[in-house]
Design a protein around this ligand. Structure first.
Ligand code: GLV
Length: 384
């Protein structure tokens, strides 16, 4: 099948990946209500069709944290990308660079900062969680600075991990070392092209950035365990100072869902926030990103840059999010499905599809550049 959209890439990814990996990527926490609501609320927003205002030059360029990009679309931080494709983070950053969009490397990526820095020509963003071991955080921030990362995404919505039932059903979580490995290996051999390309030739399968602290136990089986035992449940606003003291560049807080928290972030002079419920992977039942975004954008005005993720599967969705007040969006699952299916080329294709979809949506809503995209692009009666 030739993929024509993100949904097609999801089907291709499902075909190629061992079950435990597909389920980890596609799933959300608890009953997955928020995960589904992210998509439903966004797609329920009606765009206002405007005609006879066409322009041959639609401009989608954006400036973010001091750099210029072709699209207001970033490849957001996703853990374990190097399990979805061979050295996946390296393939993804090459796709981001050739497409002119930002790439954010996750703390829990497979490829470590220095490996990604070696294949990239432009600065990338680095994402960090609040980790109990502060000296390890300082070490990671130092590595990010040395790699010339141009912005830090500091994730604040994971003081404790939400439970993802699919991981228990698939063998990624809650198993003994032996039975977990047996289950995962048996799923992998059912997918021979992944097993050869990624399973064998994509080694080492470590959490590259955290391998030094995990030492011998740095394999995939320790992923969930490491997250739950090392993320700091006591993370608080005063820790932003700690981050600020150890990072000179732009700081973007990821996981803001409430206007009061957004205002607090603005008071602390962070450079940006990402309106996010972690793709519906944390507290199930919270508001969708699309519903929370306009309130937050109204509350903070231009005190900081407002970015958003959650449920974006097309260029039409990008236009909707911009209309609700975002300066840029981040993709998560949408780019990783393409990475899993086709590697770097797949990610480049998805970005190109989203670009083309944005051009159609902007033309038919009468917008020539991103500054024309505002609430008027959406039927007012639907923004609550
Ligand atoms: C990690 O951030 C995850 O959502 O699994």
């Amino acid at each position: 099948m030739k993929a024509a959209c993100v949904r097609d890439y999801k089907l291709l990814a499902k075909k190629r990946l061992p079950k435990f990996l597909f389920e980890y990527l596609a799933g959300g926490s608890y009953s997955e209500v928020t995960m589904k609501q992210n998509i439903a609320d966004l797609q329920a927003l009606s765009l206002r069709q405007r005609v006879l205002s066409g322009s041959p030059d639609i401009d989608t360029k954006v400036e973010l944290f001091g750099s210029n990009y072709n699209l207001p679309v970033a490849l957001g931080p996703v853990g374990l990308a190097g399990m979805y494709a061979r050295r996946g983070e390296c393939q993804a950053i090459k796709a981001a660079e050739s497409s002119g969009v930002p790439f954010a490397l996750s703390t829990v990526g497979v490829c470590p900062i220095d490996e990604v820095a070696k294949v990239s020509n432009k600065p990338f963003w680095f994402q960090l969680y609040m980790i109990k071991d502060r000296s390890f955080m300082i070490d990671l921030l130092t590595q990010a600075r040395e790699a010339k990362c141009s912005a830090l995404i500091f994730t604040v919505d994971m003081p404790v991990p939400g439970s993802r039932y699919r991981d228990y059903h698939s063998g990624l979580a809650g198993e003994s070392w032996l039975s977990g490995n047996l289950r995962r290996v048996s799923q992998a051999i059912m997918k021979p092209s992944w097993a050869l390309d990624v399973g064998l030739l994509g080694m080492p399968h470590k959490l590259g950035n955290v391998a030094p602290v995990l030492k011998k136990n740095s394999g995939l089986e320790d992923f969930m365990g490491w997250m739950s035992s090392n993320f700091d449940p006591a993370v608080s606003w005063k820790d932003i100072e700690f981050v600020r003291d150890n990072w000179d560049g732009p700081i973007i807080l990821k996981g803001i869902l409430d206007p009061e928290d957004a205002l607090q972030a603005a008071k602390l002079n962070v450079d940006g926030i990402i309106v996010s419920n972690h793709g519906g992977r944390q507290l199930d039942g919270v508001i969708s990103s699309a519903k929370s975004l306009p309130r937050i954008a109204d509350a903070v005005g231009d005190k900081l840059d407002v970015l958003v993720d959650g449920g974006i599967t097309s260029g039409l969705d990008v236009v909707r999010m911009l209309a609700l007040g975002a300066k840029s969006v981040l993709l998560g699952r949408s780019w990783v499905y393409a990475l899993a299916a086709k590697g770097q080329i797949g990610v480049e294709h998805v970005i190109d599809l989203i670009h083309k979809e944005m051009i159609v949506a902007m033309t038919l809503t009468g917008c020539r550049s991103l500054k024309d995209i505002n609430r008027k692009v959406i039927d007012n009666s639907l923004i609550k």
